[in-house]
Design a protein around this ligand. Structure first.
Ligand SMILES: *Cc1c(COP(=O)(O)O)cnc(C)c1O
Length: 402
């Protein structure tokens, strides 16, 4: 089906068919895994990445591989992007984007709360390269405007952000970025292409950790950048090929198989999360629940406008979170007490605010700290609602809480 115009087709059809076609030699219906690192080439094949074009033959898997290419086509179809590049992990994708777009003397505006490894990179590694960094609460567009400088090249946001589930208005920030001559990159891992398509809202780049909802089964690390061909072709040459953070074809194949059921999985993640969030909200021991699908979310209106699916991530606060985290780790039977998210299994993990503020989120202003406290208090349980029966998830929580 690779010749099909997927833009006409529904989301489930794209998720299943885009990028795949029966194997031309064996007629296998499922995609083959092509693990070869090298490919037999014509005598006149070029040996420089500069000679690589769109239709170049396969040469070496770091430059491109048939199985990885199938995954990239599927991702691009779902995100309605011109093209996609897959990486070995979400952090591999983020690193490639940041080091491709920014050089010494440039300025980066980044959300004060992002995936912790990126926040830590923005605290140290990025400034060490003489790239200026300003961290702002990007849920406030005025704060972004105030942070922009003549050398601002990139605005980087995550929505909903990990772990707060605070949202940023992509369309509004895209206008601000472009008026300033900067690019907008959106980490859409928590939303998935089923909920939000940032490129259609004006973003220049979308990032996904494929390790989460896209792969969906907790058995393969992966990442991706999506955007225009003009922007991504040089990025592939400069960073994917030269920095080398490419995905294994085996992981690409696993993630592709996961994506086939993404639209139907997201429906159940949302359905279960709505039930669990409503149950938590009425529980006497629960201090606060944050879920974009609850009217009590401080940005519920934006969530309804920007998210076609509220996804499966919930955070909640309890009295004495540290103690309860230990009880959860010991007593939960179905829900795994573990990091990561977006898997078919429910996963829960406690994030202590004091620890995180010291190790990662070193806020620059009292306003930033106040927003953190508003969403997270002393600490939150980050709860990735899986695809088990909602009643079983609730019963497991209940026995551990009561
Ligand atoms: C997990 C995650 C990442 C990093 O992805 P890895 O695949 O673990 O490298 C980046 N952004 C968000 C929002 C994440 O949840």
């Amino acid at each position: 089906m690779s010749k099909t115009d997927f833009s006409r087709l529904g989301e489930q059809t794209k998720a299943i068919h885009a990028g795949e076609e029966p194997d031309p030699v064996t007629r296998a219906s499922a995609p083959s895994i092509n693990m070869s690192t090298t490919f037999v080439v014509e005598a006149d094949a070029g040996f420089s990445v500069e000679s690589l074009d769109e239709d170049a033959a396969w040469i070496y898997t770091r430059w491109g591989n048939p199985t990885i290419h199938q995954l990239e086509l599927k991702l691009a179809a779902l995100e309605q992007a011109e093209t996609a590049i897959a990486f070995a992990s979400g952090m591999g994708a983020i690193t490639a984007l940041v080091f491709h777009l920014l050089k010494a003397g440039d300025h980066l505006v980044i959300s004060d709360v992002t995936y912790a490894a990126l926040t830590e990179m923005a605290n140290e590694m990025i400034p060490e390269l003489n790239i200026e960094v300003t961290k702002v609460n990007t849920s406030d567009p005025e704060a972004i405007k105030a942070a922009i400088k003549p050398n601002t090249k990139l605005i980087y946001i995550e929505t909903p952000c990990n772990p707060l589930l605070r949202l940023t208005d992509i369309a509004e920030v895209a206008v601000i970025a472009h008026q300033a001559g900067a690019k907008l990159a959106v980490d859409s891992t928590f939303a998935t292409p089923i909920a939000t398509k940032p490129l259609l809202l004006g973003a220049d780049f979308v990032i996904h950790s494929l390790t989460k909802y896209l792969g969906g089964h907790g058995d393969a690390l992966g990442g991706a950048i999506l955007g225009s061909k003009t922007a991504l072709t040089p990025l592939r040459k400069k960073t994917a090929i030269r920095l080398g953070g490419v995905i294994s074809p085996f992981n690409a194949w696993l993630i592709m198989r996961g994506i086939a059921t993404l639209p139907i999985r997201m429906r159940v993640h949302e359905e279960n999360a709505l039930k669990v969030a409503a149950w938590l909200e009425q529980h006497p021991k629960v201090k606060k629940v944050i879920y974009p699908g609850l009217p009590s979310h401080p940005q519920y209106e934006l969530a309804k406008r920007q998210m076609k699916n509220f996804s499966g991530m919930i955070t909640f606060q309890l009295e004495n979170g540290n103690k309860q985290a230990k009880i959860f780790a010991e007593k939960l039977q179905i829900i795994h007490y573990a990091v990561s998210l977006g898997h078919h299994r429910s996963l829960i993990f406690y994030l202590n605010s004091a620890d995180l503020l010291e190790s990662s989120f070193k806020f620059a202003t009292l306003e930033q700290l106040a927003s953190w406290n508003d969403f997270a208090g002393e600490g939150i349980f980050r709860f990735s609602i899986g695809l088990e029966d909602a009643d079983d998830i609730i019963a497991d929580l209940k026995q551990a809480l009561d």
